[in-house]
Design a protein around this ligand. Structure first.
Ligand code: 13P
Ligand code: SF4
Length: 307
């Protein structure tokens, strides 16, 4: 592993490539990242970074978002098959037909969407800023919220907005956390706080002491007086939690299938080997249709302005 990491560092220097990685990637992939973040921070970084070439260690929609915001940059993705069940749950053509049924509605889409869906969107959001984005829209304005019905229901519940029309999509990882499994862990660790990603089902989010994005969860764990946390999101985040707060204890929540934790197989497709091959070949890259890119860019920029 040490040699592979050294090889990546040398290739990065030689080719002037910056690696962006999401918290859900493998710990060794996080180790070679120049910047590690949640989807909002990674989008902003991809836009502002000076390097001519970015390697996105994350799933496909993240690389697409980087290319939408920085068309002049080369965006490398180590494995184009690393997609996302949530983004895949919303097909652009079907979404266009759904949108046509609600012409009065403004479209808010989670950043976990394909570029085609972003092109049909008025304002994007991430789990970090979904509440702010929805609250920036006049209360009487109907909203289509896509594609995550769980995040949508959560925002609908806390804002009390009945005029949010939800697309029926979900993340297969976050849908599978077990309420009973978390309750059992809580009994064994009564002092622990439960931190939950809002892509989880409502009955799981209801158990949360804190519900928010990966970056929000990390900050909460650092600021809290508590030193034990039951972590209800993809366990790749544990590497950064343990690095930042070595004195605290993090317990991954189990899945409904009884697995001790619940990994995103797409994020785990990004390996050191695939990063080396991608740097050596300077491929695969993200290529987008320019008209679609420009439309998608407006919805992401509208989000970045809000925060
Ligand atoms: P964050 O927006 O919290 O980073 O999580 C999004 C996600 O599920 C990426 O897979
Ligand atoms: Fe997509 Fe879920 Fe994996 Fe995130 S954890 S990339 S939302 S499938």
């Amino acid at each position: 592993m040490k040699e592979k990491i050294e090889k990546i560092e040398a290739l990065k220097r030689e080719k002037g490539v910056v690696i962006l990685a999401h918290y859900y990637t493998r710990p060794e992939v996080q180790q070679v990242a120049d910047f590690l973040g949640d989807s909002l921070a990674l989008s902003v970084k991809a836009r502002d970074i000076e390097a001519k070439t970015i390697l996105f260690a994350g799933v496909h929609f993240m690389g697409e978002t980087a290319k939408v915001l920085s068309p002049e940059k080369k965006v490398l993705i180590p494995n184009p098959e690393a997609t996302c069940s949530l983004a895949e749950s919303c097909n652009a053509e079907e979404f266009a037909a759904f949108k046509a049924l609600h012409p009065e509605a403004l479209v808010v889409s989670y950043v976990n969407t394909t570029v085609g869906v972003k092109a049909l969107t008025d304002i994007c959001c991430t789990s970090s800023n979904a509440l702010q984005v929805v609250e920036s829209i006049p209360r009487e304005q109907p909203i289509i919220f896509a594609p995550d019905k769980n995040l949508g229901s959560y925002i609908k519940k806390i804002t009390g907005r009945d005029n949010m029309i939800l697309w029926n999509g979900a993340c297969h990882v976050h849908e599978k956390f077990s309420k009973e499994g978390i309750l059992t862990l809580k009994k064994a660790h009564p002092e622990a706080k439960v931190v939950v990603h809002p892509e989880c089902r409502g009955e799981v989010a209801d158990l949360a002491d804190y519900c928010g994005s990966t970056a929000g969860i990390l900050s909460y764990c650092g600021e809290s007086d508590c030193d034990t946390f039951i972590v209800v999101t993809e366990p790749g985040i544990l590497a950064e939690m343990e690095k930042r707060y070595p004195q605290k204890k993090f317990i991954p929540a189990p899945s409904v299938e009884g697995k001790a934790c619940n990994e995103c197989e797409y994020m785990k497709m990004i390996t050191l080997e695939s990063i080396i091959a991608c740097l050596e070949n300077e491929a695969p890259t993200i290529e987008l249709d320019e008209e679609t890119r420009q439309k998608a860019s407006k919805s992401i920029e509208a989000m970045v302005k809000i925060g």
